[in-house]
Design a binder for this molecule. Structure first.
Ligand SMILES: *[C@@H]1O[C@H](CO)[C@@H](O)[C@H](O)[C@H]1NC(C)=O
Ligand SMILES: *[C@@H]1O[C@H](CO)[C@@H](O)[C@H](O)[C@H]1NC(C)=O
Ligand SMILES: *[C@@H]1O[C@H](CO)[C@@H](O)[C@H](O)[C@H]1NC(C)=O
Ligand SMILES: *[C@@H]1O[C@H](CO)[C@@H](O)[C@H](O)[C@H]1NC(C)=O
Ligand SMILES: *[C@@H]1O[C@H](CO)[C@@H](O)[C@H](O)[C@H]1NC(C)=O
Ligand SMILES: *[C@@H]1O[C@H](CO)[C@@H](O)[C@H](O)[C@H]1NC(C)=O
Ligand SMILES: *[C@@H]1O[C@H](CO)[C@@H](O)[C@H](O)[C@H]1NC(C)=O
Ligand SMILES: *[C@@H]1O[C@H](CO)[C@@H](O)[C@H](O)[C@H]1NC(C)=O
Ligand SMILES: *[C@@H]1O[C@H](CO)[C@@H](O)[C@H](O)[C@H]1NC(C)=O
Ligand SMILES: *[C@@H]1O[C@H](CO)[C@@H](O)[C@H](O)[C@H]1NC(C)=O
Length: 311
């Protein structure tokens, strides 16, 4: 074998090795429902996107019925206007794969008939690679988290949906949780004990809040458990468990669950918009491993199953 060839092969091997150390993920758009004119309108793929984390190197797979559907990558303007005149890329055979090889925003639409107008459109934000070393937690001021982000506080269709939401977020004493309950429903949010959380016991709450948006100041460290007491909502996945650490960054292990909370009056305040809620994924502690993606898949698949059966 020629020397140059050996070097070339070595280089390829090294590049391959480097490449494989980044945890690349495959995202099947819409999971089980695939790429369709979604039953829930535009909201369907918006929600799907909020529950996923897209990083450079990931693969986006559009699974659809050839002939009935297609997928085009377009500009933001074309996405906003559902303009399929001059797409960046048009793919007409399934699975249509897109490698997310740069950071930034990607926009996709279905170009057939009124598919885009009816909600067959997806916008995602691609960040730096998965598993990039987390910077040591920088000191930060109090953060206001909107539970579920755009999804809000409702039956998400899967027990793990809010676990997926909480994944990678750091909750520190002084932070605030905002629960946006769908107005006009009898839904609520209750602070409960761990057993009540686990069994969805609704008759032994520590505190119950009904007036949306519910703003709860996390003023003690340890585990905190929230459920909806309405009907079967908790059993259907409307439940959230979080770990709150003290600002002095002690290990959270020896903390006892605490029910001491400071609900503020349900006045909406300026920082409770979705924009205020974004915890950087890159600061995710690496304590949770590869189960995370499976976790998300289950949550999102369940969500879509729910969307399907309730629409
Ligand atoms: C694509 O959709 C088909 C039909 O629904 C399904 O059998 C297949 O498993 C899907 N592929 C992926 C990668 O999800
Ligand atoms: C759609 O996009 C094409 C190409 O960019 C442009 O020429 C056209 O004016 C756009 N149409 C609308 C309705 O915006
Ligand atoms: C697209 O990705 C899927 C899932 O990884 C894979 O099974 C399929 O072979 C890919 N198709 C193409 C054309 O690359
Ligand atoms: C990203 O992918 C596209 C399409 O697959 C390709 O044309 C482009 O050259 C790639 N960019 C980089 C920086 O690899
Ligand atoms: C995508 O992420 C960048 C950097 O965090 C941000 O500036 C931008 O607003 C995001 N775009 C969307 C659509 O979320
Ligand atoms: C729900 O009602 C509250 C109080 O009237 C209001 O501030 C909030 O914007 C409403 N939320 C939605 C989603 O309509
Ligand atoms: C949850 O309910 C089951 C069955 O009713 C019971 O055996 C179990 O002890 C309960 N768990 C807790 C933590 O209360
Ligand atoms: C809550 O309800 C269960 C049965 O639904 C009952 O066994 C239990 O005693 C009740 N607990 C309280 C505190 O009322
Ligand atoms: C909180 O942290 C402890 C210790 O790391 C862990 O055992 C527990 O499962 C966590 N609880 C939640 C709700 O994440
Ligand atoms: C948390 O807030 C509640 C209600 O405002 C208050 O009674 C309690 O003393 C606070 N706890 C701490 C540790 O600050």
């Amino acid at each position: 074998m020629g020397k140059e060839l050996s070097i070339a092969l070595l280089a390829i091997a090294v590049v391959g090795l480097l490449h494989s150390t980044a945890a690349m993920e495959t995202h099947v758009v819409g999971d089980k429902i695939g790429w369709v004119v979604p039953p829930g309108g535009q909201y369907t793929y918006e929600s799907w996107a909020t529950m996923h984390h897209f990083a450079v190197g990931d693969l986006l797979v559009f699974n659809f019925t050839n002939g009935d559907q297609d997928v085009a990558r377009v500009t933001k303007e074309a996405f906003d206007n559902c303009n399929s005149t001059d797409p960046i890329t048009l793919k007409t055979t399934s699975p249509a794969n897109f490698t997310l090889n740069t950071t930034g925003e990607y926009y996709f639409i279905g170009t057939k008939d009124k598919h885009c107008e009816l909600g067959q459109k997806l916008a995602i934000n691609v960040t730096a690679e998965h598993g990039s070393p987390a910077p040591s937690p920088a000191p930060r001021g109090p953060v206001t988290y909107v539970v579920g982000d755009k999804l809000g506080w409702l039956v998400p269709g899967g027990e793990q949906a809010y676990a997926a939401w909480a994944y990678g977020k750091t909750f520190i004493v002084g932070d605030t949780l905002v629960f946006n309950i769908v107005n006009g429903t009898q839904d609520d949010v209750a602070l409960v004990t761990k057993p009540a959380y686990e069994n969805c016991t609704t008759n032994s709450t520590i505190a119950v809040y009904k007036n949306s948006p519910v703003s709860i100041l996390l003023n003690t460290s340890g585990e905190h458990f929230f459920i909806s007491t309405y009907d079967r909502h908790c059993l259907l996945g409307q439940k959230l468990a979080i770990n709150v650490t003290s600002s002095t960054a002690q290990p959270p292990s020896a903390k006892t669950p605490s029910g001491s909370m400071a609900p503020s009056s349900p006045t909406p305040h300026g920082t409770s918009g979705p924009g205020a809620a974004h915890a950087p994924f890159s600061s995710a502690p690496s304590r949770i491993g590869s189960g995370y993606f499976t976790f998300l898949l289950i949550a999102v698949a369940a969500f879509f199953y729910w969307s399907l059966v309730t629409s």
